[in-house]
Design a protein around this ligand. Structure first.
Ligand code: THU
Length: 126
């Protein structure tokens, strides 16, 4: 699977975003160590703090289906800015794979890539 394939799955997933409050759709596609891919979108709630980001949706889907090792995560948002994962999603993903590659793509189709360890060098752990 190429970066572009994974990014296009993230873009497709963003179409399912439930975003009545922000109107900001995000999609994610998480590639696991065994090659399987789990997608996710953001799901908002009237109690704003209960909103779940696209990245965590994909991660929870993967873990609940028995996957705990991840290779790459593609994120898409129809935005002018690079949609890097929020702090909570960085910590959430790092629980499973701190070395995962993160591809962030925006409306013009361009993307940048980071290591999660680069975005969150000092994760919380005990
Ligand atoms: N959002 C994500 O889905 N991923 C992020 O990493 C940051 C923010 C969502 C949450 C909310 O539905 C909308 O984007 C605006 O914050």
């Amino acid at each position: 699977m190429t970066d572009r394939d994974l990014l296009s799955m993230a873009k497709q997933a963003s179409l399912n975003a439930y975003v009545p409050y922000s109107r900001f759709s995000v999609g994610a596609a998480l590639e696991c160590a065994d090659g399987s891919v789990f997608t996710g979108c953001n799901v908002e709630n009237a109690a704003f703090g209960s909103t779940i980001c696209a990245e965590r949706t994909a991660c929870v889907k993967a873990v609940s289906e028995g996957r705990r090792e991840f290779k790459r995560l593609a994120i898409y948002a129809d935005s002018e800015n690079w949609p890097t994962p929020c702090g909570a999603c960085r910590q959430f993903l790092a629980e499973f794979s701190h070395d995962i590659e993160i591809l962030c793509s925006k409306a013009d189709g361009r993307y940048v890539s980071y290591k999660l360890s680069e975005l969150l060098p000092h994760l919380f752990n005990f």
